[in-house]
Ligand binder design. Structure first.
Ligand SMILES: [Zn+2]
Length: 170
């Protein structure tokens, strides 16, 4: 069963615009290539991912993130983007050794990868050069060979705006 929900929202410069969300069962399609369920994941702890309670504000934030950051990045690299981590519960955040005040806890961040170093680095470069003003933290995680593994991207907050960082996955 699928339902389309029309929402009117103000948009800078063009007045009010209408956009649609598709709701199918418990899932919501944000953009052509991003769905809500993709943000409620954990490869290492699927049982904890299943227990995540998705709040309306998570949905609003990840919908916006899909529209203004992830889908444009996906269209730019022309490659499937997988979300390794989106929304985290406290239990999941602890299990993956996330920081205590992680932006993942409030649906403000996503860890993304194409699965390939070159195109993952291309996503990082695109977001850094074209979207940094819309980003809180942009972190490129690299393996011990210096290859891009995944990118953490978050929305701006009182704590972070436009920060670019590099980290090791090891
Ligand atoms: Zn992250």
């Amino acid at each position: 069963m699928s339902q389309r929900v029309k929402i009117w929202k103000p948009s800078h410069g063009v007045g009010w615009i209408k956009y649609e969300m598709s709701i199918a069962g418990d899932d919501i399609q944000f953009t052509d290539n991003f769905w809500l369920h993709e943000f409620v994941v954990s490869k290492d702890h699927p049982e904890l991912a299943e227990e995540i309670i998705v709040e309306p504000e998570h949905i609003a934030r990840l919908d916006l993130m899909s529209r203004i950051l992830l889908q444009p990045a996906r269209d730019y690299v022309v490659s499937t983007i997988s979300i390794l981590s989106g929304i985290r519960s406290w239990a999941l955040n602890e299990a993956v050794d996330g920081s205590e005040d992680s932006d993942h806890l409030c649906g403000l961040a996503a860890d993304i990868t194409t699965g390939y170093p070159a195109s993952t680095e291309l996503i990082f470069d695109y977001l850094r050069k074209r979207k940094l003003d819309l980003i809180g933290q942009l972190i490129l995680y690299r393996n011990d060979k210096g290859q891009a593994v995944f990118v953490h991207v978050s929305f701006p907050s009182r704590r972070h705006h436009g920060e670019v960082l590099y980290a090791d996955t090891g």
